[in-house]
Unconditional design. Sequence first.
Length: 122
Amino acid sequence: MDRTIGNKPIMALLRTCRQVRNEASEMFYNLNTFAFDYLFQIRMFTRTLPVSHFESVRSISLQPGSVLTLISDFSAVHSLRVLPSLEEVRIRGHMDKINEEFLMSMPLRADGTRVEIIFDRR
């Protein structure tokens, strides 16, 4: 069942035409920040995301626990490196300064382009 605004289904339009769906999907992945509590969720996201949308994902948000896994298991960085246009990673919560600095020095994109790390300590 589709979510609605008032009594109108939000996703119904995307099912009416492939061109509309493809164009709107690109905007959906481009304009949203995808939030993950655990690293395995990022892996599942990238495994189920159509390859054609990998370049559209610009922003993700992580809990500090998943960041610590990312730091300690360098192979986990591959989960992010498949997103070639990733521009920012938001960290929700507190991390110690050493891990913050290490994370900021990690190459999170395969092409080596710097990804902005934003710490949201609220």
